[in-house]
Design a protein around this ligand. Structure first.
Ligand code: S3P
Length: 444
């Protein structure tokens, strides 16, 4: 096998970021649109679908399970589904690449249909915990055989005669919740999943949009979400809103770079996704949310971001699910703040595309920022505006959000920053470097 050459990029300070951009479609909503489109009989048309590697992997899986998926000339996608329970046996191993969302949702969706599928992924995904989904889907009657009982590759023998389940989430995870709800679609009766802390609710929203029976009850400080089984989903025409987790990069870069003023149009403002923006506002960020509207059952707005002087804050642990993917870029913002920023209850970051606490801490230290890292806590001692040295090569650890975070840091630091390998950015935000360049960022 020939080794794949790394693709380094360097970010150079000096330019203000000015302009108006739109980020690509939301990754979470895109995966769900492809999967739910596959579970209808008829044609679902999707505009603004994220065409990153992760979602393209889910499209590949949907095709293997029997959906017809095509890209139209106008850039929209059409999915001719096979209906709930209509999964065909895939001819080959399903490779979900780097995507935890893709593999966990797909395993859930097929677990209650009488098909067998083998799932794998890249070396990062093969080392991420899958027991959290395999346990719940076994309860529906699926038979799961996984490496060391909890890692990919995994073979799932879908249940012939599934039963509905009632489960409480052990870790706050929208991926696990979604796998359970999708499995429940082809079980008889109602499946109920309870979460103590609310996680992103795109699956619930989109199931309702597709005509499934979804009920949500507040209970003992948590939420019980139930879905009716043997559901007949109705094809939809959808426009995917912009991804707040992608908008986080240009918006934060603008806050940190002297003289900047940008607008990011059409960003999903679902309350379970905007913890970063709330935290940045508490730090003193000049952010505006305008032109609020609704798309795809989700609230959407244009975000205005201007250079701001930030102060460190303590981020409450219960906010973690609403900003779980944004801690790396928050840590970069914290490096430019006055005083320390304490991020509590962030242990889940160790199980993402990389160990993000470790990757962020090492990169910040290399750039001259003092950091304290605990099992489930990160403290960043800010150097103040224009106070971060940079001048280092940061390791992306094959993680898109780490790569983009350190490129943003390099736009505002004293000296340029190199990120050793940026190929991973294509999983969620393939146009990142081009879009950043369009507002003036010097990324080479
Ligand atoms: C996602 C949920 C989150 C998030 C991931 C996308 C989703 O993971 O980190 O990038 O689309 O459901 P967990 O639910 O495992 O925390």
């Amino acid at each position: 096998m020939t080794a794949v050459e790394p693709t380094p990029l360097s970010a150079h300070p000096g330019n203000a970021l000015i302009g108006d951009i739109a980020v690509p479609g939301d990754k979470s909503i895109s995966h769900r649109a492809v999967i739910l489109g596959s579970l209808t009989i008829g044609a679902t048309r999707i505009s603004g679908l994220l065409e990153g590697e992760d979602v393209l992997g889910t499209i590949g899986a949907a095709r293997q399970f029997g959906a017809h998926v095509d890209r139209s000339e106008d850039g929209s996608w059409v999915i001719e589904g096979f209906g709930t329970g209509g999964f065909s046996p895939p001819e080959d191993v399903i490779d979900c690449g780097n995507s935890g969302t893709g593999v966990r949702l797909l395993m859930g969706a097929m677990a209650t249909s009488p098909v067998t599928a083998v799932f794998t992924g890249d070396s990062s995904l093969r080392n991420r915990p899958m027991g959290r989904v395999l346990g719940p889907i076994s309860k529906f009657g699926a038979n799961c055989i996984a490496r060391l009982d909890r890692y990919l590759p995994a073979t799932i023998v879908g249940a012939d005669d599934p039963v509905p389940v009632h489960l409480e989430l052990e870790v706050p995870s929208a991926q696990v919740k979604s796998a359970i709800l999708l499995a429940g679609l082809n079980a008889p009766g109602r499946t109920v999943v309870t979460e103590r802390v609310q996680t992103r609710d795109h699956t619930e929203n989109m199931l309702a949009l597709f005509g499934a029976s979804v009920e949500i009850e507040e209970c003992g400080g948590g939420r019980a979400i139930s879905v009716g089984g043997h559901a007949e989903l109705i094809p939809q025409t959808l426009t995917i809103p912009g991804d707040p987790s992608s908008a986080a990069f240009p918006a934060t870069a603008a806050l940190l770079t002297t003289g900047s003023k940008i607008t990011v149009r059409g960003v999903c403002m679902n309350p379970t996704r905007i913890g970063l923006f709330a935290t940045l506002q508490e730090m003193g960020a000049n952010l505006r949310f305008e032109n609020r509207r609704s798309e795809c059952g989700e609230e959407v707005a244009d975000i205005g971001a201007e250079f701001s002087t930030l102060a460190g804050v303590e981020v409450p642990p219960e906010r973690a699910p609403a900003m779980i993917d944004e801690y790396p870029i928050l840590a970069v913002a914290a490096a430019f703040a006055e005083g320390k920023t304490v991020m509590n209850g962030v242990q889940e970051l160790r199980y993402k595309e990389s160990d993000r606490l470790h990757a962020v801490a090492r990169g910040l230290e290399a750039c001259g920022v003092q950091v304290e890292e605990d099992e489930d806590k990160l403290i960043v001692f800010g150097n103040g505006p224009n106070g971060v040295k940079g001048g280092a090569t940061c390791r992306a650890s094959a993680d898109h959000r780490i790569a983009m975070s350190f490129l943003c840091l390099g736009l505002a630091s004293e000296l340029p920053v190199v990120v050793d390998d940026t190929k991973s950015i294509a999983t969620s935000f393939p146009q990142f470097a081009r879009l950043m360049a369009s507002i003036g960022a010097d990324i080479r």
